[in-house]
Design a protein around this ligand. Structure first.
Ligand code: SF4
Length: 728
């Protein structure tokens, strides 16, 4: 018998909403998949090539089918298939040993972003709460920009600025839109069509990127800059706007901390030009943007700081002609409403928080905040459907023993501080591929410090290969769950799991039972989904599990116009205003969004003589990080890793198209096929991320990155890497 059922594709791809997939099932097996319809008017069914490969994925011969116990040394590839009883016994025996010796929080549950379904993501956290374990947070990459935006606008970094951003569809309201370090044609493939529509309807599009990307080709103008110098460009634009009176003083006075005095900042003191003295804001008749000889405002300090970034100096730093910078400033200032779209190209740098603040400053200086067609946006997401995730993540009366960011977790594993992590259970991620930088060090001084490593996955990934125990997980067709973004969608089990695979929910339920906490996982997935939907919010009044099982997709917002943030001009900061000045950043010298050279990829670095090329590792159109890298339909399109290099740099090194190149720095060496490509700026090379290490001829690019992380950006600097290339 043939049936058709609906589920949802849910990897870390930024699609919003995630794409519905309809699957044809015959005799208990999926035989075809395609894009599923949405009930929401105006939302067309869509699917990208990765979503289309989900059928390959489901029945891939390499799917893990049983639990596997390591049979030889770690990483040796020797495995013994075992049953679930033994797997559970091994897990809890090792967990109990770690608890007895080091305490319950020495066992860390690191759940990454390979899936966004809530039970699947939350099962590890729930179990960690029940057993007092540590929750490993998936911060550390793509976190610098949200963190910088949090400093300014108060929106928590973990929301990726969704509440403050504008949807792509709002770009049709912009006269000008700047795509800054973002390549949405590739990274937001199913969502980028409104950008094309905006251009057709007259929005002028400008792309700022060292690479002439697929998105740059959509734009009216492409501005190429030296990688990592975006902050200097932003400060030069800010200087130009201020110097030429192209700023919205009312916005700055009424909605930002610009009038606050540095010597009375916490008390919101301002300089009142009518009274001629410093007074609290609520007592001021006319708060001034500039203070007096003795009382400096935030605006004064910011203006003085950016005055160093004249056009010639910015041109020298960024490699952009001064007249292009001047023209950009004039175009942006003259075109209200104007929008800026940020991407992760500016994120993977040591000072990415400052860069985000400097760019966001432009939107504030020009008064482009809280208006249709304006804004500085990181996300394309309107606020999510409100559900009570904590009803599942945080079982009543229990809480995890700790929560560590990826950087703090790395420290804890390596140094035992702030407390030792001795066992790790990794799910929904492949962090030992490209995510954790400095892979060689990961293999030599991270993994050996773990007494026991468990990985839950569908395939034997680079991370799973290092494990002591590998547990086979269910796919989107084999589990019941919900995916929550701008709409609510049901993910439903429609076929039996391949082999003995189990859903993350089922795996942690088994473990909880073995650890004496079985009653906390005794409900069905539907029971816990019902609890999450039971929330005191008028929009959710008629949303029940029964309705969701029946309708499969529910649009609770019923929004017709594109979302844009801060329409009420209310900012969740301490002052209730946009905050340019952050006294807490004083230890780092970044009370204001200063520019600093990249920590490694700078001509000022003595290493630059030996390694003069910047290694960029952007997202690929063929993978979501490392997910789908082993799908036959994807490999048919990009069979092997490629290094893209400019004709100038290729000539200097006698490298022809298709030649095998050696890419190296002091951390390692990689051999890879090269493609001579005019789209790449001289001085940089591009190897897109996510290929599995076994797919490289020799070495891999993940050993070339370093693991210096920024405490203020809460981020690793994956792009801030120097290399040299030669013929292999
Ligand atoms: S991977 Fe592709 S099909 Fe799946 S949700 Fe993302 S954009 Fe949609």
């Amino acid at each position: 018998m043939k049936t058709v059922k609906r589920t949802v594709c849910d990897p870390n791809c930024h699609a919003n909403p995630k794409c519905g997939i309809s699957a044809t099932i015959e005799d208990g097996r999926i035989t075809a998949i395609g894009a599923a319809k949405y009930p929401k008017p105006g939302l067309e069914k869509r699917i990208c090539m990765m979503g289309s490969s989900r059928l390959d994925y489901q029945y891939h011969p390499d799917r893990l089918k049983t639990p596997l116990k390591r049979g030889g040394p770690r990483g040796s590839g020797q495995w013994e298939a075992i049953g679930w009883d033994e797997a559970v016994q091994l897990f809890v025996k090792n967990q109990q040993a770690a608890i007895d010796k080091y305490g319950s929080r020495s066992v860390m549950f690191s759940s990454y972003t390979g899936a966004f379904a809530l039970l699947t993501r939350g099962a590890a956290s729930r179990y960690a709460a029940l057993t007092g374990g540590t929750v490993g947070l998936p911060s550390g990459i793509d976190y610098g920009v949200p963190t910088g935006l949090q400093y300014m606008f108060g929106v928590p970094a973990y929301t990726y600025f969704a509440p403050g951003s504008h949807q792509f569809a709002d770009m049709a309201n912009s006269k000008v839109s700047i795509l800054w370090g973002i390549n949405p044609v590739v990274t937001r493939s199913v969502d980028h069509l409104p950008i094309k529509a905006a251009r057709k309807s007259g929005t002028r599009l400008i792309c700022i990127d060292p690479v002439y990307s697929e998105s740059a080709r959509l734009c009216d103008e492409h501005i190429s800059l030296r990688p990592g110098t975006d902050g200097a460009l932003a400060l030069a634009l800010a200087h130009y706007l201020i110097d030429n009176g192209l700023i919205d003083e009312d916005f700055l006075r009424n909605h930002t901390d610009m009038p606050f005095l540095l010597d009375g900042y916490e008390d919101k003191k301002v300089w009142c030009s009518t009274q001629g003295k410093a007074v609290p804001l609520d007592k001021a008749q006319t708060p001034a943007l500039t203070g007096s000889d003795k009382h400096i405002t935030v605006f004064d300090a910011f203006r003085d700081m950016v005055s160093a970034y004249t056009l010639p100096i910015a041109a020298e730093i960024t490699g952009i002609c001064a007249d292009v910078i001047e023209q950009l400033a004039n175009t942006y200032a003259a075109a209200k409403p104007a929008s800026i779209r940020l991407g992760y190209g500016i994120d993977r740098w040591f000072y990415s928080d400052c860069t985000a603040r400097a760019i966001a400053a432009l939107a504030c200086l020009s008064g482009n905040i809280g208006i249709p067609g304006g804004g500085v946006s990181l996300s394309n997401s309107p606020p999510s459907v409100p559900v009570r995730g904590s009803a599942f993540y945080a079982p009543e009366g229990h809480s995890p023993g700790g929560a560590l960011t990826m950087m703090d977790a790395d420290k804890a594993v390596r140094t035992g501080k702030p407390y030792p992590i001795k066992m790790e259970c990794i799910s929904l991620g492949n962090p030992f591929n490209q995510l954790k930088p400095g892979r060689t060090d990961i293999l030599t001084d991270y993994i050996p410090n773990l007494d026991y490593l468990v990985v839950i996955d569908h395939f034997m990934t680079d991370t799973a290969k290092q494990a002591d125990l590998v547990l086979p997980a269910c796919t989107i067709f084999e589990r019941t769950d919900i995916v929550v973004d701008s709409i609510l969608q049901l993910q439903q089990r429609m076929v039996e799991p391949v082999g003995e695979a189990k859903s993350d929910f089922e795996i942690f339920a088994l473990l909880a039972e073995a650890m004496g906490h079985g009653e906390w996982f005794s409900g069905t997935p539907e029971d816990y989904i019902a609890k999450m939907l039971d929330i005191d919010d008028p929009k959710m009044a008629d949303v029940t599990i029964e309705r969701l099982l029946d309708e499969e997709v529910i649009d609770v917002h019923k929004r017709k116009e594109p979302w844009y943030g801060f329409a009420d001009r209310k900012f969740p900061t301490g002052s209730g205003r946009v905050e340019f000045y952050k006294p807490g950043q004083a230890p780092y010298g970044s009370e204001l969004p200063v520019y600093r050279e990249p920590i490694e990829a700078s001509p000022k670095n003595p290493l630059f003589k030996k390694y003069p090329l910047v290694l960029l590792s952007a997202h690929s159109r063929y993978r979501i990080h490392s997910t789908f890298a082993n799908m036959p339909s994807i490999l048919a399109r990009e069979p092997e890793p490629i290094m893209r290099i400019s004709p100038q740099d290729a000539d200097k090194r006698a490298l022809a198209d298709g030649a095998i190149a050696k890419v190296q720095n002091d951390r390692g060496t990689l051999k890879i096929k090269c493609k001579v490509d005019e789209a790449i700026r001289p001085g940089a090379i591009l190897i897109s991320e996510g290929h599995w290490t076994e797919q490289f001829i020799e070495g891999d690019p993940y050993i070339l990155t370093h693991d210096q992380y920024s405490e203020t950006a809460q981020n690793y600097a994956h792009y801030d890497v120097l290399v040299e290339v030669s013929a292999a």
